[in-house]
Design a protein around this ligand. Structure first.
Ligand code: ADP
Ligand code: MG
Length: 502
């Protein structure tokens, strides 16, 4: 077996300021295998690949190629290329206005000028042998995205690559194109190339891969033979959960209001960031949630409802009447508030005071030509500092000096001050202390009992199960199921994410 190995990475560590992206990660690739590298967003997949391809320098660890005893030194992408490691990124880095043949040969070795005729002939042979539907003289830009990607692979392969890395190559391909790419991958595998395949499409992994390495939070979870790792267990490993027996002890049941008094509904809604149209509804006093792996489209869905990304289709109704929501301000006027996922980028204004941060959404809603008076602002600030128990020296304190949990409460206060009928909370408890987490969960349930409709997104399934009466499950940017009542268990959530296959 050992001499089947083409690549060994051992004890790889890589940190960025404040982030440990990889910690002690091992990875082994055999000749002629397709090996999936899996993990949620931020797990460290791209970093591992960039270490391997010389884009980043590793802090620690060893990389060996082809069973050689010594470490290979990969300090630049060129080193990686010379060592036979090729990468095809999702974004195609070729030149669309050159021909297919030119793209396959140009710039590979500046010292060698390949005669044009010879280049074309060779390109034709490679395209034929790999079954790529492109002609050497054709302009690359006139080929479909899938074919362009295959040309990029052909270029990599002809450079005698031993290791081919495909980082999310299928994201923008349709079914037929994916099948074409897979048959090319299988072909290369038969020729002994070791392929590392990064994708977030679970089915694709099972369709084409031999083994899987799972990363989580920069650490190795494990390496598995595909046949020994059912899809639902893969999901559990990616999420860092154990599959429990079906006797899951559920917390207090949350009242299921879904059938009574729908307030907001969306039909065939889609946005630039959320291309797959979906339906949605929420009742008065209901707490529902979107769940799925990171990157499955949870945030994009709620952002579409709020008009945060360009709306491309569908309609939204409030109390059964159509309303037009194309921008956040439209949504706010319809009683919708949205607390975004990334409070640093989208939410908090660090240099402004607690008071100014709290009144911001209300000010936007009223319009800037009707400024909220100082005394009114102070009154609002005091009211919400007390109501949410925000720990701050005063309302004047810059928000930046508050702890993460208290900053989060400031944003919650900001939106509550607009007295929304419908509150969307995207990861409101991420990165905050346990005490504040519980307070926010309680607040959600209290607001709901007072009649507010709430959509809650959290990466922690337990938290969702405690707060939501209905979970909408997403996979690969599609809604794949809805769970309520007895079905609201962690196992059931993971099974639904995995696609009901065991
Ligand atoms: P994945 O590809 O699995 O989604 P990444 O390897 O991109 O994960 O990221 C792993 C972690 O490292 C994340 O927390 C990410 O924010 C961080 N990270 C990645 N690249 C950089 C960088 N250049 N600077 C700082 N942090 C980074
Ligand atoms: Mg990545």
């Amino acid at each position: 077996m050992e001499n089947d190995v083409v690549l060994t990475m051992r004890g790889i560590c890589k940190s960025f300021p404040g982030v440990r992206a990889l910690h002690n990660v091992d990875f082994t690739l055999r000749k002629g295998e397709i090996h999936a590298l899996m993990g949620e967003n931020g797990a460290g997949k791209s970093t591992l690949i960039k270490v391997l391809t010389g884009v980043y320098t590793k802090d620690e660890g060893h990389i060996q190629l082809d069973g050689a005893a010594g470490d290979v030194s990969i300090r630049s992408p060129q080193d990686a290329q010379d060592a036979g490691i090729s990468t095809v990124y999702q974004e195609i880095t070729l030149c669309p206005n050159l021909t297919v043949a030119e793209n396959m040969f140009i710039g590979r070795d500046p010292n060698v000028i390949v005669p044009w005729k010879k280049m074309e002939k060779r390109a034709g042979e490679i395209l034929d042998s790999l079954g790529i539907p492109a002609r050497p003289k054709q302009q690359l830009g006139s080929c479909s995205l899938a074919v362009q990607q295959m040309v990029a692979i052909a270029r990599a392969v002809d450079m005698e690559c031993k290791v081919l890395i495909l980082d999310e190559p299928t994201s923008s391909l349709d079914e037929k194109e994916v099948e074409m790419l897979f048959s090319l991958m299988r072909d290369l595998k038969a020729r002994g190339v070791g392929i590392i395949f990064v994708t977030h499409f679970l089915e694709q992994v099972y369709a084409v891969c031999d083994r899987i390495t799972v990363l989580r939070n920069g650490e190795l979870v494990g390496e598995y033979e595909i046949a020994n790792l059912p899809q639902v267990e893969l999901v559990a490993k990616m999420m860092g959960k154990e599959l429990e027996s079906l006797s899951f002890i559920k917390s207090d049941p949350v009242a299921d209001m879904a059938e009574s008094g729908v307030v907001y509904e969306a039909h065939d809604l889609s946005s630039a960031a959320c291309p797959n149209a979906f339906d949605f509804h929420i009742a008065r006093g209901e707490v529902n949630g979107f769940t799925g792996l990171l990157g499955s489209g949870r945030s994009e869905s709620v952002r579409a409802i709020f008009g945060a990304d360009r709306v491309t289709g569908g309609r939204v109704l409030r109390d059964g009447k159509p309303v037009k929501i194309t921008r956040p301000i439209d949504a706010m006027k319809q009683g919708i508030a949205y607390l975004p996922e990334d409070r640093k980028d989208d939410g908090i204004i660090a240099d402004l005071s607690v008071r100014e941060n709290i009144i911001l959404a209300l000010q936007v809603l009223r319009g800037f030509w009707k400024p909220i008076s100082q005394s009114e602002a102070e009154q609002f600030a005091q009211e919400y500092i007390a109501a949410l128990d925000i720990k701050t020296a005063s309302a004047d304190t810059p928000v930046r000096s508050l702890s993460g949990g208290n900053q989060q409460k400031v944003i919650v206060a900001r939106w509550l001050l607009t007295h929304p009928e419908y509150l969307i909370l995207d990861e409101p408890t991420r990165g905050i202390d346990v005490g504040t987490k519980t307070e926010i969960q309680k607040l959600v349930l209290r607001l709901a009992s007072e009649g507010m409709s709430i959509t809650f997104i959290s990466s922690e399934i337990e938290e969702m199960l405690r707060t939501c009466s209905r979970l909408i499950v997403m996979r690969d940017r599609h809604i794949v199921g809805e769970l309520r009542g007895e079905a609201l268990t962690q196992d059931q959530v993971m099974r639904t994410i995995a696609g009901g296959v065991d």
